[in-house]
Ligand binder design. Structure first.
Ligand code: ZN
Ligand code: ZN
Length: 430
């Protein structure tokens, strides 16, 4: 991968900019993130999933073994470095490997069914000029234990429910069967032979891949490769009876819950560890990078990483991509904005504000008691607060506060002694 040419070291010039290909999530954007995360957490819990949090870096061999040494991710895209002890570490480029490592390490295998989800940043040395992020976010989950096709159906149902809950429509579920260690080797031989016969009709990447990772040739985006491979054999025509039966049951289960899918025989997924079911949810509006969520079954991965044999299935979804499809969540507004004139009013206001916040109200305020009533009311308006609490000279003298309903444009006096109680009741009742 070519990168920016390295320039001679120069003194850093402040203020500094963030690293290329990473992004700040600014306060205006976090409500959408938090909404997405909350919907996921709620739905996952209803499907029986518990959260797992694994480190953002792991020993490099974990990824080389699980994702596959011949994959683009491991060959070109990982942030790999030697730590001060000389150990090769990598920032996680995806979430599954770390989850499986933890699953084996902590003996979670003793449970016959383990359902976990994770969310957090992932890291790949991608090309920022192509609009790709080097720190991006994924939400994913894994089901470890049963190998039944009903598990695949349940995971896909959960995803359909998730998109519905987020108000995301128009996605397509693409599904494929990519075989198992019983049937894939023979198919791979068949495919390799067919690809060799194509000679130079394939792009340079594919000419290399047909020796190392021939399945990947099928999802090359280069039009010449697409055309050249239009008639090569596909895995789903060469499944062993067990894989064919599994695929039929997944399709049947999806039909029972009313989830439409298209069979895409060229869908192979980028990672070596997938077996049997592979799927992607794609969005027509996203252009070339149109995959919103992707995953599949990985019945050999736990074993490959040193655990006892244990089938699994999972998916990961790209948070940034999914957010770009989500309607904006309702704006968050404070319950109340406090306006007060002078130091004495501020002193009287403070315990009331503290009591209101302790009671669960979102309270905003300014910090310039010397500012005019007009200026402070302007700020109250801009804050979008539902109510405004005013303590000026007149109210101070009368022992009251003024509670203004910003939506109804009505106002009332509340006795200062019982202000917190009365205001809380008024705000909750609104
Ligand atoms: Zn098979
Ligand atoms: Zn190609």
């Amino acid at each position: 991968m070519t990168d920016e040419p390295s320039s001679p070291p120069e003194a850093p010039r402040f203020p500094l900019q963030s690293v290329r290909g990473v992004k700040d999530v600014l306060p205006a954007e976090t409500p959408a993130w938090r909404h997405l995360e909350a919907v996921c957490r709620g739905l996952f819990a209803r499907y029986g999933f518990a959260e797992i949090r694994t480190p953002v870096f792991e020993p490099t061999p974990l990824f080389a073994r699980s994702i596959g040494a011949e994959t683009d991710i491991v060959e070109k895209e990982m942030y790999t470095f030697l730590d001060k002890g000389g150990q090769s570490l990598s920032l996680r480029p995806e979430g599954t490997a770390g989850v499986i490592r933890a699953y084996i390490q902590h003996g979670l295998q003793q449970d016959s069914l383990t359902r976990v989800y994770y969310l957090g940043p992932m890291f790949r040395h991608e090309r920022p000029q192509a609009g790709r992020l080097r720190q991006f976010h994924q939400i994913g989950l894994e089901v470890l234990g049963p190998a039944a096709p009903a598990v695949d159906v349940e995971v896909l149902t959960l995803l359909a429910d998730l998109f519905a809950a987020l108000g995301v429509t128009g996605l397509t579920l693409e599904l494929n069967a990519i075989g198992c260690p019983d049937c894939r080797p023979a198919y791979t031989k068949l495919l390799t032979t067919a690809l060799e016969a194509l000679g130079d009709a394939l792009c340079a990447d594919c000419r290399r891949r047909r020796a190392t990772n021939p399945l990947r040739v099928l999802d090359c985006k280069v039009p010449e490769c697409r055309a050249a491979t239009a008639n090569v054999p596909v895995m789903s025509d060469h499944l062993c009876p067990a894989c064919a039966d599994h695929f039929a049951h997944v399709k049947g289960g999806l039909a029972q819950v009313g989830i439409a899918h298209v069979h895409n025989p060229r869908l192979v997924r980028g990672l070596d560890y997938y077996t049997r079911t592979a799927f992607e949810w794609t969005a027509p509006d996203l252009g070339a990078q149109n995959t919103v969520a992707a995953g599949g079954r990985y019945d050999r991965l736990v074993e490959d990483l040193g655990g006892k044999p244990r089938p699994g299935i999972g998916f990961a979804l790209g948070v940034e991509r999914l957010l770009s499809l989500c309607p904006a969540p309702p704006a968050v507004r404070p319950d109340l904005y406090a306006v007060f004139l002078g130091a004495e009013a501020e002193a009287q206001m403070l315990p009331v504000l503290r009591a209101l916040r302790a009671a669960g109200l979102a309270v905003d305020r300014g910090f310039e008691p010397g500012a005019s009533l007009k200026a402070q009311l302007k700020r109250a308006n801009r804050s979008g607060a539902r109510f405004c609490l005013i303590l000026g000279e007149n109210e101070l003298a009368a022992g009251v506060m003024l509670l203004k309903d910003m939506d109804g444009h009505s106002q009332r006096e509340v006795p200062r002694a019982s202000a917190a109680e009365t205001i809380r009741a008024a705000v909750r009742g609104a």
